[in-house]
Write a protein that binds this ligand. Structure first.
Ligand code: HEC
Length: 150
């Protein structure tokens, strides 16, 4: 009986792997990338790369477990959604008002602990931002916002 249940479970896990879902594309050379087109202090660019770029850029990395269903369903979805809202790889092609809105959101969401998404930091300790990191990112975003409307 027990053996049968294990067999069924394993069969399900194998079968769901065949459910088709397009993997988000990855491009490393992005001429409109924030970090390629804007002067960003090194400490901030490291924080953004470590804590945001996997979801909010075209440079997502995919560790092995990220390609295994059902994890991949959630993960790919998050990446598609995150890129749609804010994609640092397209930064320089955005309208000024959109940049301003996003900077405002970045500052508040990071300060309030809403970003990076919970769950992500369990497997990515480098994305576990300290209070100080959060303030650094927020201050940087606020300053960028001021520069836009100078
Ligand atoms: C694990 C994936 C993931 C990571 C890592 C992540 N985000 Fe997000 N982010 C999302 C998703 C999904 C959404 C859209 C849904 C939502 O708002 O919760 C989002 C939405 C946002 C938005 C809202 C955009 C808008 O105006 O609607 C901002 C701003 C943002 N993220 C900033 C950040 C910043 C800054 C970091 C790094 C400190 C970060 N995120 C890290 C997945 C992620």
């Amino acid at each position: 009986m027990k053996k049968k249940i294990y067999f069924i479970l394993i069969a399900i896990v194998i079968l769901i792997q065949f459910y088709p879902m397009d993997k988000p594309t990855v491009t490393i050379d992005n001429p409109n990338d924030l970090l390629a087109t804007t002067t960003v202090p090194d400490n901030i660019s490291t924080l953004l790369k470590n804590a945001c770029y996997d979801c909010h850029s075209n440079e997502s990395t995919f560790p092995w477990y990220s390609n295994v269903a059902p994890v991949k369903w959630m993960l790919y979805d998050h990446i598609y959604e995150a890129r749609e809202e804010l994609n640092f790889s397209n930064w320089n092609s955005l309208e000024t008002d959109d940049k301003a809105d996003l900077l405002d959101d970045i500052s508040s969401m990071v300060l309030e602990g809403e970003m990076p998404l919970k769950g992500y930091t369990i497997l990515h300790s480098e994305a576990n931002l300290s209070e100080e990191d959060r303030e650094l990112i927020a201050t940087w975003a606020d300053e960028m916002l001021d520069l836009i409307y100078e």
